[in-house]
Design a protein around this ligand. Structure first.
Ligand code: ADP
Ligand code: MG
Length: 338
């Protein structure tokens, strides 16, 4: 248990650091993982050989996403292992969702400072909980010694031609975002300041919700789509660049949880929401004729979906205040090596 942290809320597993338990050899760790990994009918060969074998459904295309999370970069040092497990899979499922795809299989490459079986077990609690929610089978991976780092690859399917790309936004489209924005960065900001961290905000940092239910419903409706990982404005700009259009976002429209509204004055909150990142919400564009259908999808998936702006001619993403004046972000989003 970390003594320097102000966090008290934990999810899935107790908080402790990797290396607190005696070392377990690699092959025993892999065997523990293998015993708990659930399979699917389309897994021909899972963990245990040199590679996995799977059966891609006839007529579907394979969609592949890979993301790594590192201690101190992608999660605070005191994050509970179960939350690290959840998040390492969630960020990948979010990429699969943003393509409009359905996940099926994943691999897990663990770099561990010590072979801490207790940590691995607790990590798997969160990882496999999320995998089970979406029927994702863990079919392989790698286990090595090194700084704590988790690399996950997720494989999914999409109907040919139905993937949601960044490059298909059109002038006149509405810009939509699922869920709410800003809580993860707000929690990180509070933690870094040594302040007490609101548990609702911290939950959003530790256990983001991949929006697969919405993704399954917006294929055929959404034009362009991306998941918000580096910050709304930065990620929307990726859609703009790829689609050769511009975008206008109404700051007032950015959806916020009451806990976030209560914790920050409005200008600070809007800056966090527009640029913070780590949200893992979907940002997508669609024709204005799709508004009723999107409202129906929001209701049926029990997920807020908010219209936050529009696609315009030109280039660049502009954030507008309620009086119509342009708001200039202190920074556009998170960039590694910047
Ligand atoms: P190799 O030396 O041939 O790469 P490994 O010992 O790394 O074999 O892996 C043996 C088997 O265990 C493989 O099926 C591999 O995919 C699986 N595996 C290794 N580490 C993990 C892990 N962290 N999660 C899931 N499967 C793993
Ligand atoms: Mg290996």
């Amino acid at each position: 248990m970390s003594s320097t942290s102000t966090f008290t809320l934990r999810f899935g597993s107790p908080a402790y650091n990797v290396g607190e338990n005696p070392a377990t050899p690699e092959f025993d760790l892999i065997e523990r993982i293998r015993r708990r990994a659930s399979l699917r009918e389309d897994v021909i060969l899972g963990i245990g050989d040199d590679a996995a074998i799977v059966q891609v459904p006839a007529g579907k295309q394979l969609v592949i996403a890979a993301d790594t999370i590192n201690r101190g970069i992608h999660f605070p040092d005191n994050t509970a292992p179960g939350d690290i497990g959840w998040k390492s899979l969630a960020v990948n499922l979010s990429d699969i969702a943003s393509m409009g795809a359905e996940p099926a299989w994943c691999t897990l490459s663990l770099s561990l400072p010590t072979g801490d079986a207790g940590w691995v077990d607790a990590f798997l609690d969160g990882f496999l909980e999320l995998a089970a929610l979406h029927r994702v089978a863990l079919i392989g991976g790698d286990t090595t010694r090194g700084p704590l780092s988790i690399s996950v690859t997720v494989h999914g399917f999409v109907e040919p031609g139905r993937a949601l790309l960044r490059s298909s936004a059109f002038e006149g489209d509405d810009v939509w975002v699922t869920g709410t924005l800003g809580e993860a960065t707000a929690a990180l900001t509070q933690w870094q300041a040594g302040a007490s961290v609101d548990p609702v905000l911290r939950m959003r940092l530790d256990r983001p919700t991949p929006r697969l239910a919405v993704a399954a419903r917006i294929a055929g409706i959404a034009h362009a789509c991306i998941d918000v990982s580096d910050g709304l404005l930065a990620d929307l700009q990726h859609i703009c660049s790829a689609s050769r259009v511009g975008a206008e976002v109404e700051l007032e429209m950015l959806p916020a949880l009451p806990e976030l509204v209560a914790a920050f004055e409005p200008q600070r909150r809007q800056a966090i929401q527009a640029t913070g990142g780590d949200d893992y919400e979907l940002c997508f564009t669609a024709s204005s004729s799709a508004r009723d259908e999107i409202a129906r999808i929001a209701a049926e998936t029990n997920t807020p979906i908010t219209c936050i702006g529009r696609i315009v001619a030109g280039q660049g993403t502009r954030a507008l205040r309620s009086d119509g004046s342009e708001w200039i972000a202190p920074s556009q989003g998170f960039v590694h090596f910047a």
